[in-house]
Design a protein around this ligand. Structure first.
Ligand SMILES: Cc1ncc(COP(=O)(O)O)c(C=O)c1O
Length: 432
């Protein structure tokens, strides 16, 4: 009895039990979630416009995902992929490849976005026999060593961890709102493409390059949307030089942008794609997806992992993919994204502290500026805090935290979007 009382009174202090490396946006201690809402241990409800960093696209604890996890957990939890095949892993692969282009027909399951990045880089190297990777400034691909090397969204992700893997070259990503190009704005993408091509004159031979790795829409680095022309030119460049185009759809995929995969907006298909985050509604499941002919170059045992394709995780992935399809969540993201974007543009028109509203579907951000146009992270901090006071969760993005991401679960409805817009307008008004 004494023990029970002691446990009931136990104080669980994150600052004591967890390292400070886990920087936190709020002090919320959460109890449960449903749809777009989460409730803390005091019973307070918050609207989650972070989706756990663009993860719970089906909403918190979607009943079909919960049921699939519960059912699978009672059947078998761990059926190690090198030893055993199992239905959840195979069903999820079938459902996943039903949504992708025909050449993205095999799935290597892994546990996190960073591990998917590692796998994609390794596959590109094995498939081409080449050593180098080209990545882009502002990109974020994860925090393991190769993933850090291709990341440049913020120096704190990679600084003090050198040496990073060599033979990684960075070109500028089309950050069109802050382009240094002085000519006509509609030609800025050509400037960025020329900068990419210049790497082949200045830094690396194209036939040393295994892959060009791109976040189809840059996430962490500021929610940057490239032009269709730019991505198509990069695709053509890859074809010309036998380079693998690797698209990181970890954040932009799974319906987030209003299409199942963001690459569909650009009429471009990658050779290798990575997916994670929304893939299993919060279970740690990620994937490298590619063509069988490429995957066949990976000799048995030359890549792998203990937990990849975990039975409970992939059961959640299969249920998530079915929910996406049956509830047309990409379609809802497109429709709700249009309402959100229009509302944000109205707020921007009234408050010039918002310099830019950008995004696709429900992958949307507003960038805050000072009167001289420079990044305004102070305004961002205050808007996030004001929205929190109004029981709405938001997170930032961009090198300087100059932008706020608006990434609700894709099950969000119009009334919830309009309520959010009221909250956001009030929050922005306090810094304007
Ligand atoms: C585009 C992108 N790639 C890779 C990652 C890394 O994923 P994880 O945190 O699951 O390792 C992230 C995470 O934010 C991401 O946004």
């Amino acid at each position: 009895m004494a023990q029970v009382v002691e446990r009931a009174q136990e104080i669980l202090d994150p600052a004591e039990l967890m390292p400070r490396v886990i920087g936190r946006y709020s002090s919320l201690h959460i109890d449960y979630g449903k749809g777009i809402y989460v409730w803390d241990i005091n019973g307070e409800r918050y609207a989650d416009f972070t989706s756990g960093i663009a993860v719970v696209n089906t909403g918190h604890c979607h009943p079909r995902v919960v049921a699939a996890i519960q059912e699978q957990a009672a059947r078998i939890i761990h059926a190690q992929a090198n030893i055993l095949a199992h239905s959840p892993m195979l069903r999820a692969a079938k459902l996943l490849t039903a949504t992708t282009a025909p050449n993205l027909n095999q799935v290597f399951w892994t546990n996190s976005g960073a591990e998917a990045t590692e796998g994609a880089i390794k596959l590109a190297k094995v498939a081409t026999g080449r050593p180098a990777i080209i990545a882009f400034r502002h990109a974020f691909h994860g925090r393991t060593h190769a993933a850090m090397a291709v990341t440049s969204s913020r120096v704190k992700v990679r600084g003090h961890y050198e040496p990073l893997i060599p033979s990684v070259y960075h070109a500028p990503f089309p950050y069109l709102f802050r382009s240094p190009y002085k000519g006509a704005p509609e030609d800025a993408d050509l400037y960025y493409f020329a900068e990419l091509e210049a790497l082949f004159d200045q830094m690396v031979m194209p036939d040393d390059v295994a892959g060009i790795l791109i976040e189809t829409v840059v996430g962490e680095g500021g929610y940057l949307v490239p032009t269709k022309r730019w991505l198509q030119m990069v695709r053509a460049l890859c074809d010309k030089h036998g380079i693998m185009l690797i698209l990181d759809e970890v954040q932009s995929g799974m319906g987030r942008t209003g299409k199942m995969w963001a690459y569909e907006h650009f009429d471009v298909v990658p050779d290798i794609m990575t997916a994670a985050k929304g893939l299993a509604s919060g279970m740690p499941v990620a994937a490298v997806v590619s063509d069988r002919t490429l995957m066949d170059r990976w000799a048995p045992g030359s890549h792998g992992g203990t937990y990849g394709g975990n039975a409970v995780g992939t059961a959640a992935a299969a249920a998530t993919l079915e929910v996406m399809r049956d509830e047309d969540l990409p379609g809802n993201a497109a429709r709700m994204g249009a309402v959100l974007m229009a509302g944000l543009r109205e707020i921007q028109a009234d408050y010039p502290v918002i310099g830019d509203v950008r995004g696709l579907g429900l992958m949307v951000a507003t960038e805050f500026v000072n009167p001289d146009g420079s990044p305004n992270p102070e305004a961002v901090k205050q808007v996030v805090a004001r929205a929190f006071d109004d029981k709405t969760l938001l997170i930032t993005c961009g090198t300087y935290d100059q932008a706020i991401r608006i990434v609700p679960p894709l099950v969000v409805n119009e009334e919830q979007i309009r309520d959010f817009l009221d909250v956001y307008r009030r929050a922005v008004a306090t810094v304007a």
